[in-house]
Design a protein around this ligand. Structure first.
Ligand code: GAP
Length: 445
C-alpha cells in the first residue's frame, strides 16, 4: 500500500499536479505546491463543495473572513490556552511523536522501543507581529470557524436566515504541526471547507445525525468508496476543548486508517465566549417569541488536501498497458482532450483546432498533437481526462469525430455539431457509453 503512495507522489510530480514547495532552494520540509493540474483538481473539489452546500441550499450562506484576526478572537475561543499538542521525543533515536494519535498514550518509542523524554506541550498556532516595529502579536488562523462566529451578528442582520441555518467558509489554515508528513496528509499550511450550522439546543442530536449523513453523501459524490470509511467516536479527553461530541471520518490511506473529515457538536461555547470577551450581544432573537439565546452549533469540516489525497488514492489504477486516474469527471482537471489524428496534415489540424477553440468556450479542454495517437490517449488517461476527441479523415467527409471514454476505452462517433452538447450531457451524467460503444441515457438508480 505504501507503494501506492510512492506511485501517486511520482505521478503527481511528473504530470504537474503536486511538487515540493521551494524546490529550487532544496525545498521546505512538508510544503507542497499545486501545479497546473493540481490546482484544477483542488478547485474542482472546492467548487463542487460550494455548489452543493451553498448554492443548492437555502439555509447556508458563504463567508470569506481574514486569516489574521484580532488576537482577542483566539483568547476568547480558547485557542491561546488550549490549542496544544503534546510532543514526546525518544531519548535514543530522537524521533518525535504526537502523544494522542501516534503514541496513544504509550510510554515507549514506537520505532526503537527506547525511552521517551518527559512529554512537552506546544501551542501549535503560528505567531507573528502586526506592523514593522514590535507590533502586536497576532496569529495565523488554525481554523476558519472563528471568522464565522465573529461575523455571526453581521450575517443575521444582513440575510433573512432563521434557525436552523449555516455559515460556510473555504480557506487557508495554519498549524505548527509537530509531525507533518505523509505527503499532503499533515501539512502546516492547508485549506479547510467548514460549516457552522446554528440550531436550537434541543435539536442538536437531530442535526448532528443529519450532517453525519451529508458527509457520507459527499464522500460518495467525490468517488470515495464508503467501505473504506470508518467513523471513530472521539472519547472525552481527546476531543477539542470546545466539543461535546466529535466523530472523525477515517479513510484507509496507504499509510493507515486516518482522519479524513470531522463532525463536532460545539454547543454554544464560541458565541457565548465571544459575547463575554467582546461585550457585544451575539444572541439570536426569535422573531415570533422575542426570545433571545445563543444558538448551538454543529460543525462538519472537510480538509481540502486530504480530499485531494483520498481522491487520488481511490482513482489510481494500473492495467497491463496504462496508468489511469479514474477521477469523477466533475473533478478531472481537463474534461476532454482534442487530437488531430496526424499533426502533419493541415486540413485535419485546421478542423481539430476549430473544434478545440469552440469547445473551450464551454468546458476546460486540452490540445495534444504530439507523438502517436496511442501515446496521447495514455497520456490523458494518466491525468484522468474523461473523454478524448479525435479528428480523422472521416471527420473531413462526414462532419463527425471519435469520442473515447477513458475507463472502458470504448469509442463512438459524434456529429461535430452535437459535440459540445454531448460532452456536457456526459459530464452531467445524463448519458453514458454502454459496453458496445453506444450513447445511452443514464438509468436512474
Ligand atoms: N474547526 C474544526 C477543526 O479545525 P480539525 O479536525 O482540527 O477541526 C478539520 O480540522 C479538518 O482539517 C480535518 O478533518 C482534516 O481534514 C483537515 N486537517 C486538519 N489538520 C490538518 C493538517 N495539519 N494538514 C492537512 N489537513 C488538516
Amino acid at each position: 500500500m505504501d507503494n501506492l503512495l510512492t506511485k501517486i507522489v511520482a505521478l503527481t510530480k511528473r504530470r504537474g499536479f503536486i511538487s515540493p514547495g521551494s524546490e529550487i532552494y532544496g525545498g521546505l520540509a512538508n510544503s507542497w505546491d499545486f501545479g497546473p493540474l493540481g490546482v484544477e483538481l483542488k478547485n474542482n473539489i472546492k467548487n463542487l463543495w460550494w455548489e452543493r452546500f451553498i448554492h443548492k441550499r437555502d439555509d447556508v450562506v458563504g463567508l470569506d473572513s481574514t486569516i489574521i484576526m484580532n488576537s482577542k478572537v483566539w483568547e476568547a475561543s480558547g485557542h491561546v490556552k488550549g490549542f496544544i499538542d503534546i510532543l514526546a521525543e525518544c531519548k535514543d533515536c530522537h524521533n518525535r511523536f504526537r502523544m494522542i494519535d501516534e503514541l496513544q498514550n504509550k510510554n515507549k518509542c514506537p520505532q526503537c522501543k527506547g525511552q521517551l523524554i518527559e512529554p512537552r506541550q506546544f501551542n501549535i498556532m503560528f505567531k507573528t507581529n502586526l506592523g514593522p516595529v514590535d507590533g502586536d502579536i497576532v496569529y495565523l488562523r488554525p481554523e476558519t470557524a472563528q471568522g464565522m462566529f465573529v461575523d455571526f451578528k453581521n450575517i443575521i442582520d444582513t440575510t433573512c436566515q432563521t434557525l436552523p441555518f449555516g455559515i460556510a467558509q473555504v480557506g487557508k489554515a495554519f498549524r505548527n504541526e509537530i509531525t507533518p508528513g505523509n505527503f499532503i496528509f499533515r501539512l502546516r499550511e492547508f485549506e479547510m471547507m467548514e460549516i457552522e450550522y446554528f440550531v436550537r439546543e434541543k435539536d442538536w442530536k437531530k442535526y448532528f445525525e443529519y450532517w453525519r449523513k451529508e458527509i457520507l453523501d459527499w464522500i460518495k459524490e467525490i468517488g470515495i468508496d464508503v467501505k473504506k470509511i470508518h467513523e471513530a467516536e472521539i472519547p472525552e479527553g481527546e476531543r477539542a476543548h470546545y466539543s461535546k461530541r466529535t466523530i472523525d471520518f477515517e479513510y484507509e490511506f496507504p499509510f493507515g486508517q486516518k482522519e479524513l473529515y470531522g463532525l463536532a457538536y460545539r454547543t454554544d461555547f464560541d458565541l457565548k465566549k465571544h459575547e463575554e470577551v467582546s461585550g457585544k450581544n451575539l444572541k439570536y432573537k426569535d422573531s415570533e417569541t422575542g426570545e433571545e439565546f445563543w444558538p448551538h452549533v454543529i460543525e462538519p469540516t472537510w480538509g481540502v488536501e486530504r480530499s485531494v489525497l483520498a481522491v487520488l488514492c481511490e482513482s489510481y489504477h494500473e492495467d497491463k498497458e496504462r496508468v489511469v486516474l479514474r477521477l469523477k469527471p466533475r473533478l478531472a482537471p481537463f474534461k476532454a482532450a482534442v487530437f488531430p489524428l496526424l499533426a502533419n496534415k493541415p486540413k485535419l489540424v485546421e478542423l481539430a483546432r476549430k473544434i478545440y477553440e469552440n469547445l473551450r468556450q464551454e468546458i476546460f479542454v486540452a490540445w495534444d498533437d504530439r507523438g502517436n495517437i496511442g501515446k496521447r490517449y495514455y497520456s490523458q488517461d494518466e491525468i484522468g481526462t474523461p473523454w478524448t476527441v479525435t479528428i480523422d479523415f472521416e471527420s473531413l467527409k462526414n462532419d463527425d469525430v471519435t469520442v473515447r471514454w477513458r475507463d472502458s476505452m470504448a469509442q463512438i462517433r459524434v456529429d461535430i455539431e452535437k459535440l459540445p452538447e454531448t460532452l456536457k450531457k456526459l459530464l452531467n451524467n445524463e448519458i453514458e457509453f454502454n459496453k458496445a460503444g453506444r450513447l445511452i441515457k443514464v438509468s436512474l438508480k
